[in-house]
Each structure stands twice: as structure tokens, then as C-alpha cells.
Design a protein around this ligand. Structure first.
Ligand code: SF4
Length: 241
């Protein structure tokens, strides 16, 4: 893959540093809108070397760190997980955010216990994309075999939603955000942008989201809205900060 930006600082809304790490790869790989899972390597030593260099950029300036990788935190090697813990202690990070697929949720309690033992609170984010279970599973193939938003939310703290897809409406996208806010601490809405996956954004639905939905939550501190999937500063190509 082209060189990706893997470190950024997010000064607005829930200020934090964010690192895009590389793991062994998403095990699901079936989501029909996603080509993010291409960022992986089976070479554990190479992943660790890359991740250590990325983590070396963390300053701890906000006390919050988000560590993402394509897939779940379980796809990161043991050395990288240890390095994340070391950096948290060294830089005074008190809150650590990870991503996790629904299928890996059983690993969350042990992760929380591990970091709590060193005084770090974890916030785990799940990509739900939409709470319309039929749309999500039959069209997007997300791999969440549960329809009840409360049950989906139970092991998690935060969720990602996807907007701008064919078939979505202003009402359905707003309903997803409202449902997310009822069940999760925070919601991150990604406006779908074109990629190499089979499901592509609908320009008309994207426009509806920007015009009618996004303004309602643009200033809500519990809602991140990414109009480009590189808005957090990581994932684009070019030189990392
Ligand atoms: S969206 Fe996440 S779970 Fe789905 S294929 Fe992509 S990396 Fe894997």
C-alpha cells in the first residue's frame, strides 16, 4: 500500500492523539463497503517495528490516545500491545480508545482489566454502520448477528456509523445517530467516500447528509462527523506529522 499517515492529534471534540497501527489484518474482511482491511501484514516483527515508530510520536498532550488498526485490537501483536501500555504510562495517557469487531467482543473484558491494572481506562468502539439490521447484514455484510441496539452496545462504549449509502435517507441516517446516542457514550459518523469496494456512495445521499443531517450534530461533543475518511488526520497518504 502507499505510505499512510499514521499519527495525528485531534484538538476538537474529545481531544486526543490517534495512531493508525498495523496488525495481522481484519479476520472478517467481508464488509462490502470496505477496502481498509488491505492495511495489514503477516510479518509480526515488521508490524511491531512500524507500530513502535508510530507510537514514539505520542506526546500524551491530551491524556487520551486512540489506537486503531484495520480489524480489531486482537489483531495487533503482543509486542505492540505491550508498547501501547508502556507509552500510556510514560506519557500520562489515562484513557485509551480501541476498535473491535462484534465477533471479537469476548476479548474486551480482559483488555479492560489489563489496562485498568495500570490506571488506564479503555473505550472500545464498534463499527455498527447502521442499526437497520436487514440493510446492515444483507447489503453490507457487516457480521453482527444481533439486531437489538442495546445488546450490540452492551460490551462497547462507542460506535461508528456510515452515511451516504444507496438506499439511505435523511430520516434513516438521523435515526441511526439518535439510536447510537441512546446506547453509546459517543458516535462517530463516517460519510462514505469512494474506494475499491463493491458498495459505493450515492452522491445524492451524501448531499442529503451534508445538507440535512450533519448540521444537527456538528456541534454535539458526543458526535464526530467525518466528511472525509481522513478527517482525523490518519489514513491518508503523504508524510505523517
Ligand atoms: S469494515 Fe472493519 S470489519 Fe469490515 S472488512 Fe473492513 S476492517 Fe474488516
Amino acid at each position: 500500500m502507499a505510505e499512510l499517515c499514521r499519527y495525528a492529534a485531534i484538538p476538537d471534540k474529545n481531544p486526543r492523539e490517534i495512531v493508525l497501527l498495523r496488525g495481522s489484518g481484519c479476520k472478517w474482511r467481508r464488509c462490502r463497503f470496505c477496502d481498509y482491511h488491505l492495511d495489514f501484514s503477516r510479518d509480526e516483527a515488521a508490524n511491531f517495528a512500524l507500530n513502535r515508530a508510530v507510537l514514539a510520536q505520542v506526546t500524551g498532550r491530551y491524556g487520551r490516545l486512540e489506537a486503531i488498526n484495520s480489524g480489531s485490537f486482537v489483531d495487533l501483536d503482543a509486542g505492540t500491545m505491550a508498547e501501547i501500555g508502556r507509552v500510556c504510562t510514560a506519557k500520562g495517557v489515562h484513557t485509551l480508545h480501541f476498535e473491535c469487531h462484534w465477533r471479537d467482543r469476548a476479548a474486551i473484558p480482559a483488555l479492560r482489566a489489563r489496562f485498568v491494572a495500570q490506571g488506564v481506562e479503555t473505550r472500545i468502539k464498534i463499527g455498527v454502520e447502521t442499526f437497520d439490521a436487514l440493510f446492515r447484514e444483507c447489503y453490507l455484510d457487516k457480521g453482527i448477528d444481533e439486531a437489538d441496539p442495546a445488546k450490540i452496545a452492551a460490551p462497547f462504549d462507542e460506535c461508528c456509523l456510515l452515511a451516504g449509502l444507496p438506499g439511505q435517507t435523511a430520516e434513516s441516517m438521523a435515526r441511526d445517530i439518535e439510536t447510537g446516542l441512546r446506547h453509546f457514550r459517543r458516535v462517530c459518523v463516517n460519510l462514505m467516500t469512494g474506494n475499491t469496494a463493491p458498495v459505493q456512495p450515492d452522491p445524492a445521499v451524501r448531499a442529503v447528509f451534508v445538507r440535512e443531517v450533519a448540521p444537527r450534530w456538528m456541534c454535539d461533543p458526543r458526535v464526530d462527523i467525518l466528511l472525509e475518511n481522513t478527517d482525523f488526520g490518519v489514513g491518508g497518504t503523504g508524510n505523517a506529522e
